[in-house]
Design a protein around this ligand. Structure first.
Ligand code: AKG
Length: 290
């Protein structure tokens, strides 16, 4: 299965142990594009709280949830399979941006600024999501630094791209039990486009990662683990294909509902993406436009 990396030495400020973690992250990113982190320091209670509130939200009547429905002009909040335009994934989703507001170019080229949409009920959804967000963002940025170090760059090399105008967002995924689990997927095979993703899944399981030989490997649920995968932007372009952005999908369950919570780490919209010059030489010519 995908590698499990113990973060305890990092939390204990053990320099030698942290160096070993950096090497483990590099190896896992080259071979798998996915790894799990244990001893990450986030209390499981926080996760329990988010899952309980999320389930309360998704159990509301559809018309209640659709009060904070996502639209083209305001692409935050709730959406269900009927609103997924290209594929018919068997899931419902609630999205919010970690900065509290989203800025993007509207169809007419003007700047569209939208704030998160929180439901009135359940009342604590916002608080628990914000707490989970703070905790996972801390780990995400730490991992970003270790990944950067593992490429031989200074740890904070990419930080300016995230400092002021990151476009991070967090998602609550809800997969209802599915009467025809062989006919649909919870999420079709895809790669994440951003820098990196931090994900937790509940004990039901269903996340599958595509190995180099094409085989789909199930990621066994671990309550104490954060799943990390590095997206197209970091793995392929910045690292010039040294790290792999790996396809993954979610299969659904006939009997059990399932939830998962990804945090997508994305730089500011203004970022120009190109292979990092420090990583290029005669043996490693750029594979993407500079
Ligand atoms: C996504 O939301 O993009 C996922 O890949 C979800 C993964 C999962 O539910 O385990």
């Amino acid at each position: 299965g995908i590698p499990v990396i113990d973060l305890a030495p990092l939390l204990a400020n053990d320099e030698k142990g942290t160096q070993i973690i950096v090497e483990q992250i590099a190896k896992a990113s080259e071979e798998w594009g996915f790894f799990q982190l244990i001893n990450h320091g986030i209390p499981i209670k926080l996760l329990d709280d988010v899952e309980v509130e999320a389930l309360k939200f998704f159990s509301l009547p559809l018309e209640e949830k659709r009060k904070i429905r996502r639209t083209l002009e305001h692409p935050l909040g709730y959406f269900d399979t009927e609103l997924t335009q290209n594929v018919r994934d068997w899931k419902e989703v609630f999205d919010f941006v970690t900065r509290g507001k989203l800025e993007f170019a509207a169809a007419d080229g003007t700047l569209n600024v939208q704030e998160n949409k929180w439901p009135e009920s359940p009342p604590f959804l916002k608080d628990v999501c914000e707490a989970w967000k703070e905790a996972t963002l801390g780990v995400a940025y730490k991992i970003l630094e270790l990944l950067t170090l593992s490429l031989g760059l200074p740890a904070t090399y990419f930080n300016p791209l995230f400092d002021k105008e990151d476009t991070n967002f967090m998602r609550l995924n809800y997969y209802p039990p599915c009467p025809a689990p062989d006919l649909v997927l919870g999420v079709s095979g895809h790669k994440d486009s951003g820098a990196l993703t931090v994900l937790v899944q509940d004990e039901v399981g269903g996340l599958e990662v595509r190995r180099k030989d094409g085989e789909w490997i199930r990621v066994k649920p671990r309550r104490d683990a954060l799943i990390i995968n590095v997206g197209d932007l970091f793995q392929q372009v910045w690292s010039n294909d040294r790290y792999k952005s790996v396809e993954h999908r979610v299969v659904v369950n006939e009997h059990k509902e399932r939830s998962s919570i990804p945090l997508f780490i994305n730089p500011s919209n203004a970022t120009n993406v190109f292979p990092i010059p420090e990583l290029l030489d005669a043996q490693h010519p750029p594979k993407y436009r500079q």
